[in-house]
Write a new protein. Structure first.
Length: 214
């Protein structure tokens, strides 16, 4: 169980709705609770934290619950690059908020980074990479994550940098274009999205997305 993941999923479900139901089965007679969770712990905990209802499907009797749990962990649907970028940004935000709630302020490293962002020559990609580096530090400080833990969650520094570049340079400044763009073949290809992110001019990046949408 990874707390940052649950917090991030809760934020995304609150903002965009729940797309994948958890699975439950009825508890035996006399149990303290009416239901037993089969899989979906991070979604359930994320919904609880945000105070929102969670969509659940009842597993049929006689089902192989251990197999379902293994399938949930090993064969989970791979997130599309845009979805993953949003998820990673939410994870980073959850870790930052946890630190601020604990320590009352952001780190000096983050403050210095924000000052550097004001420089004209400091590109959006460089800013995104710095956010990724700060996110890795925050995950370590907020949750005690080691590099191996982040790697297991698909949140190594290289993963963070890829997703942060896509989020900060493509998704965040062009949210009004994303509903139309998300199903385009280019939006399904992380390499193509990174090429768009690498364009230094934000207006050019927007025109590229608008052209693809058209």
């Amino acid at each position: 169980f990874f707390p940052a993941k649950a917090e991030a999923i809760g934020l995304l479900m609150e903002a965009h709705g729940q797309h994948d139901a958890i699975k439950v089965r009825r508890a035996p007679s006399g149990s303290a609770f009416a239901w037993i969770l089969v899989y979906g712990l991070h979604r359930l905990e994320g919904a609880r934290q945000r105070g929102i209802q969670v969509l659940a499907i009842e597993a049929r009797e006689g089902g192989d619950f251990h197999r379902l749990q293994a399938s949930e962990n090993m064969d989970r649907r791979e997130l599309a690059p845009l979805e993953r970028a949003m998820f990673v940004a939410a994870v980073a935000d959850a870790a930052q908020r946890r630190l601020e709630a604990t320590h009352g302020t952001v780190s000096q490293q983050a403050i210095a980074g924000r000052a550097r962002q004001a420089k004209v020559q400091y590109s959006d990609v460089e800013k995104a990479d710095e956010f990724a580096e700060q996110a890795r530090a925050n995950l370590s400080r907020a949750y005690g994550w080691r590099d191996e833990t982040a790697e297991a969650c698909g949140l190594s520094l290289s993963d963070l940098k890829r997703s942060m570049r896509i989020f900060r340079c493509v998704v965040e400044p062009n949210r009004d274009l994303m509903d139309a763009f998300k199903d385009h073949p280019v939006a399904q290809n992380a390499s193509d999205l990174l090429k768009i992110a690498a364009q230094r001019d934000p207006a050019l990046r927007r025109r590229l997305i608008e052209t693809l949408n058209a």
